[in-house]
Design a protein around this ligand. Sequence first.
Ligand SMILES: [Zn+2]
Length: 357
Amino acid sequence: MANYRLTGTLRGTVRAEAWIVDGVIAYRPPQGRVINIRGFIYPGLLDAHTHPGLNRDGNLLPHQEVRRRLEALRSWGVTAVRDSGGQQNPGDDRSDGLPRIIHCGQHISRPRRYTRHLAVEVEPEDLVAQALNEYEKSDGWIKIVGDWIDREAGDNLPVWPRQALVEAVAAVHERGGKVTVHSFCTETIDDLLEARVDGIEHGTGMSAEHLQEAAHRGILITPTVHQIRRFPEFAHAGARFPKYVQRMLGMDARRREHLELMIESGVAMLMGTDTAENVTEVAMPHELIDAVEDGFSPKLAMANASYDGRRRLGFPTWEEGMPADFVVYGNDPEVGIRQTLTPASVFIDGIRFPGKN
Ligand SMILES: [Zn+2]
């Protein structure tokens, strides 16, 4: 395979140059021919919340569909994924040159407390057993739905009694696993902190105190800015539940202010798109553009999406001998975040692919 020399501006390292030799990162030039790659070079983007293995109708996806999603992610510069819930493991369809996967098993929720077909639905007394079941299928993280619309109450409310969460998280921790939880609403957060969860998805209901506590404990928050901009759409879909509508529109009105609180708290973040089949149209660049529009500095957004986020989930960045997974931009995305829409090239396992253009 071809060898490469990387120069220009390498982000997330103090080094001025690096090589890709036989597919891995090297700091000494190899023998023989080397192709020069110059640009703004980052460890490949991590989408910490996308669903390449999720189907909407209860039928498993054809392998070619999973592959299509992974290839689309790659074209946007994404080289690593935490799948945040799906009925099948996209890692089963991975080969060299496709994004690396942390599979989270299938979403766990209660009957009638999530989008139909998506979650394994259990009652609280079965949460521990199901959490362990999903953990066995996963690559170390599992995903629980923490709150969702309760049609009887007509509002977005916690799904689980606190004790059920406490026991489920403890059981997964005992096996060495981690738990991330979908949460929109404020009422759920104390339960999540009490249960010692490792991650919170969306986190739109977190107060300043919640965020400080999460920062203190190193809980990873995925703000999914692109997704939470859709709250007016969700409110519209739930128009027959006035309390729900009011809650979602209220959070939408406070979105920028809330994201500012999140940034100020210093909480460790991951960037995630909450995409699934739509990865050709929407991907990490859209999340980054929205995040910057809503108050993130481009540097913070890029660090979370690349080297900092990767380290938080245990992916390598610039370590010698590690698989060469990089995204290369012709112009600096920290000067113009829209540069992320057109990566010049993407490397996975040292294999070079053209970026989207
Ligand atoms: Zn999701």
